[in-house]
Design a protein around this ligand. Structure first.
Ligand SMILES: [Zn+2]
Length: 332
């Protein structure tokens, strides 16, 4: 989940989402009513990278956001003959509902991190419920278990190795890994624009303690996976670029100067209209504070899916006419 700090390595790098300070992430068995507000943890690979890149709060520089958005528009034009997301959306939604096949990979060390099937099922159900407004559903196709202490304890370090071994499916398949992601991050994800260049790394990694009923206080409803999957589906943080255009590139998410922590209801940090979208899944708020994607985010998710992940879009240009021809609903 994008709480605290997000880092992008290189131009289109994996997005890391920071976990609050240890004091803000108490194991459920040791509740601390005096725990201070969430804060970033210093150190760790994400922080080191963050420092090296000199970035603050926003994970992507404005030109990187523009480049990713330009790439999306180019991909849409190439495959559908138009980059008009709204026009495309009407046709595509009738033609092919989006069901994301999920390959769930549980990394564990003995009993540590070894999720039950029921816990996995609850995470998939949480994804489907959270994405209901976007018309995206998730279907669990497989669960596998890998008992590997090194991979479990440092999935960032062994990311390419473990993904090369475990990853399944094509661009349309969400490979969701759980592990002890670390002291400073709750999860990390790739963007769909990266798939062509590096399909092995495509996927989402989250800390197993962030799943529904997990041990991370305030981050235990499974919304870390919801948030990271948002990146996988092409969404940026709501506070991307702060109060500066293009923000997160979504019209109906108000500008926000920086990530929300906790649940600062009514916060308004930018001069543009609208209070901060602290309830949005793509902010950094506590799980209990998160509850929505906007219509604009739904539109973007479906456009990015059509551009990069829809099986029909792979390998050939699909015109709007072709889409309409395959629609079960007659097109106008
Ligand atoms: Zn994030």
């Amino acid at each position: 989940m994008a709480r605290g700090l997000v880092v992008s390595a290189c131009a289109l790098a994996v997005t890391f989402c920071a976990v609050p300070a240890a004091s803000g992430v108490q194991p459920r068995t040791e509740p601390d009513p005096c725990a201070p507000a969430a804060a970033r943890v210093a150190g760790g690979p994400a922080s080191a990278l963050f420092d090296r890149l000199g970035r603050d709060r926003s994970d992507l520089e404005p030109d990187e956001v523009v480049r990713l958005l330009d790439d999306l528009r180019a991909a849409l034009r190439d495959r559908y003959g138009t980059d008009d997301e709204t026009r495309l959306d009407g046709r595509l939604r009738r033609a092919a509902p989006i069901t994301v096949p999920v390959r769930f990979h549980v990394l564990h060390s003995g009993a540590d991190g070894r999720l039950t099937r029921a816990e996995v099922d609850r995470q998939i159900a949480t994804l489907t419920t959270a994405y209901r407004s976007t018309d995206v559903t998730f279907r669990l196709d497989s669960v596998d278990y890998t008992d590997n202490d090194a991979w479990y304890r440092d999935p960032e370090r062994y990311e390419r190795t473990l993904k090369r071994r475990l990853r399944q499916g094509g661009a349309e398949t969400l490979n969701l890994y759980t592990a002890a992601v670390g002291a400073d991050v709750l999860g990390f994800s790739s963007f769909p624009q990266q798939y062509r260049q590096d399909p092995v790394l495509d996927g989402v990694v989250v800390d197993h303690r962030s799943l529904p009923g997990g041990a991370y206080q305030n981050f235990d409803l499974g919304y870390t996976a919801v948030h990271e999957t948002g990146h996988w589906l092409g969404l940026f943080h709501t506070f991307e670029n702060g109060c500066t255009a293009p923000g997160d590139g979504i019209d109906d998410t108000p500008y926000e100067a920086g990530p929300a922590q906790g649940c600062p209801e009514g916060r308004d940090t930018c001069p543009q209209p609208g209070a901060d979208p602290v309830h949005n899944f793509m902010d950094y708020s506590h799980d209990a504070c998160m509850r929505e994607f906007t219509a604009g985010q739904g539109l973007r998710v479906r456009a990015a899916w059509a551009a990069y992940r829809a099986p029909a879009a792979e390998g050939r240009r699909t015109t709007l006419a072709a889409v309409a021809a395959h629609s079960v609903v007659p097109s106008r």
